[in-house]
Design a protein. Structure first.
Length: 392
């Protein structure tokens, strides 16, 4: 077990109609001029944006809007948001949507409060010293960005996708009404459930320390999401299942399931970032497509964790060698992915990558992790390329 620091300053309002308390929350955290940042037309079509703006108008809180955040959010829109906030004197950000809108808002917050090019933070050239305060109205349970210290942005030039983390960008509040996720297509719901589970699995598969209470929390979270993902595949309007998944999404990525270990492996995410950057695939689907190949590649180097996972999360029978049990756990995860409509390789993801493209992704991934990374198994560029090839 390692020592740790656990910091979760985000105030959470969870339940039906909590979005009606948006103005109250903004006032509590000092906002007077708000940029409402959102994605596509879903928040408009559902009437959510209109409800939120009316709440602000009734409270006398000034606001401007900026839509257009897309999956794998783009740097160009971040630049646009930074200039808009500076021009309009914005002092608070409100992200309405899922991880893309939240991550984009975080990047805008960095750009407003720090000198120079905001991409420098994502390119690991500088560290941020501040971020504009922001709140969240969550409409997609997936990334956990509503309580996390991280954001991921894609630079269109060169198709480079990078993440940056600091406590400055943790949202001041997160409004979570599970009803707001009921209009999601089944595919997006499944992508979200996959991402939630992966945030926990990245921290779980480690050779750097473990803590029984943390492991038990992680395993319980994984079992809960797995069970409710299967419910939502058949009954997408199930409020209780939506609520379980939404709260799990926040707990999976606010640091809780990494307490006492070395912080986790994270190579599946790094490998997927290059898929998302080059092919613009849905993040959760990309994670599902690459995980099995990563798991088989690193399994022998992290065998006790894979065996425990197979027994405690995937309900594999305790029969055979440790290696056979661990492999059965990996296969059970892939079976689960198929049940909820997720891919298990690049072909099923719709990606026909050439040898040159696989090599390009491996190179970019290695650059992004400064040569190598991984806790279950330390991976370098040649390892990353082997995993991409196995996933094809």
């Amino acid at each position: 077990m390692y020592g740790f620091q656990y910091y979760t300053p985000t105030k959470v309002l969870f339940g039906k109609q909590t979005e009606l308390r948006t103005a109250e929350m903004i006032r509590e955290f000092g906002g007077t001029k708000v940029l409402i940042h959102y994605g596509g037309g879903s928040v408009v079509r559902s009437g959510l944006l209109a409800r939120v703006t009316k709440v602000l108008e009734d409270a006398g809180i000034a606001y401007i809007t900026l839509g257009g955040a897309v999956p794998n959010p783009h740097l160009k829109l971040v630049y646009e948001g930074i200039e808009l906030c500076k021009k309009e004197g914005v002092d608070f950000l409100l992200a309405v949507g899922g991880g893309s809108a939240i991550d984009s808002a975080k990047a805008i917050g960095y750009g407003v409060t720090n000198e120079g090019d905001v991409w420098d933070f994502y390119d690991y050239k500088r560290k941020a010293k501040a971020c504009l305060p922001l709140g969240v109205i969550l409409t997609i349970a997936a990334t956990g960005s509503e309580m996390s210290d991280s954001s991921v942005i894609t630079k269109e030039e060169g198709l480079v996708k990078r993440g940056y983390s600091s406590d400055y960008c943790r949202p001041k509040f997160a409004i979570m009404n599970p009803e707001l996720t009921m209009t999601l297509p089944n595919y997006q719901t499944a992508c979200g459930c996959t991402d939630i589970m992966m945030h926990t699995m990245e921290r779980y598969f480690t050779n750097g320390g473990n803590m029984e209470i943390t492991d038990s929390l992680a395993e319980g979270l994984l079992r809960t999401v797995k069970a409710n993902a299967l419910i939502l595949a058949k009954d997408p309007k199930n409020y209780d299942a939506r609520a379980e998944v939404m709260w799990a999404g926040s707990l999976a990525h606010n640091g809780l399931t990494g307490c006492g270990n070395d912080g986790g492996d994270w190579m599946t995410h790094k490998l997927e970032h290059e898929l998302g950057g080059l092919y613009d695939v849905a993040h959760g689907a990309g994670l599902a497509a690459i995980w099995g190949s990563w798991a088989r590649y690193v399994m022998k180097d992290c065998l006790p964790r894979f065996k425990r996972f197979a027994l405690n999360v995937m309900d594999v029978k305790n029969e055979g060698t440790d290696e056979e049990i661990a492999l059965a756990g990996i296969e059970a995860v892939e079976d689960f992915y198929r049940q909820i409509g997720m891919p298990t390789n690049l072909r099923e993801l719709g990606v026909s990558a050439t040898d040159a493209e696989l090599a390009e992704m491996a190179y970019k991934c290695a650059v992004g992790v400064k040569g190598g990374m991984g806790s279950a198994k330390f991976l370098r560029e040649e390892d990353m390329l082997a995993i991409y090839r196995a996933a094809r």
